[in-house]
Design a protein around this ligand. Sequence first.
Ligand SMILES: Cc1ncc(COP(=O)(O)O)c(C=O)c1O
Length: 292
Amino acid sequence: MSLVYIDGTFYEKENAKVSVFDHGYLYGDGVFEGIRAYNGRVFKLDEHVDRLFDSAKIIALEPGVTREEMKKIILTSCAKNNIKDGYIRPIISRGVGDLGLSPYNCKKATVVCIAGSVSLYPEKVYTEGMKIVTVATHRNYNESINPRIKSLNYLNNIMAKIEGVQAGSPEALMLNTAGFVAECTGDNVFAIRGGILYTPDVQSGSLDGVTRRTVIDLAIARGMKVVEHCMSRVDFWIADEFFITGTAAEIVPVVELDKRPIGDGKVGAQTKALIADYKAYVASNGTLIPTL
Ligand SMILES: Cc1ncc(COP(=O)(O)O)c(C=O)c1O
């Protein structure tokens, strides 16, 4: 049995429903997070809740709960669903309004939390690497829907995902409107060349990924130099190694971009080392899920 939190009450999955007049449904007006639990701990809980509240602030959405209350909702959702290893999806939407798009007619935000599981890619992708392409759909322009907002409106990414999948590419590289690399549809991107780890800065149009930040810290801890700056596709084509990061995907090696092999076309040694570091790190860090 799966229990879903909605506005103060836990409902069985079948009865977990929100109104069709919620602007989250009508307009994609809201924000969300994707969080993992490992070994009975919620990984990077503070960071995810901070990003959720940052996203809400950017779209002028008053969550109606405090950060501490949100953390408790997440931990209780895990406890009620006996989550040891799992995936948690808190959502704050604008709430019930009328058919006009003005958010000012929505009295109160709707707060939801789903605690379940996720599995994005087959194991083979982690051992043999992924082959991807760049798609024509650009990442949102910073001054339209800034990519730092983890909003319920994911159409930009979904359009790119459709293009990628149609080209046989399970993930897809997205450029910003200036033609520089932003990120993949649901993951941040990294290149390694000459032992240096490179990733586009968030101003290039990416979500400020929690996994991204964790990987940067792990790389620094292993003595690597890390550079966050503006990057073009060429930097990835000529990289020694390439990988993508995300909470759900974790670290996925990329061995081909736009039909060009990355390095020798095999999963790189430094990527493998970072994957091992990441696995060890997530296994022993996080906020303990309480027993009810
Ligand atoms: C567009 C986008 N970029 C990057 C990421 C990776 O971010 P994180 O590592 O915080 O999951 C995600 C997933 O949350 C995403 O949706």
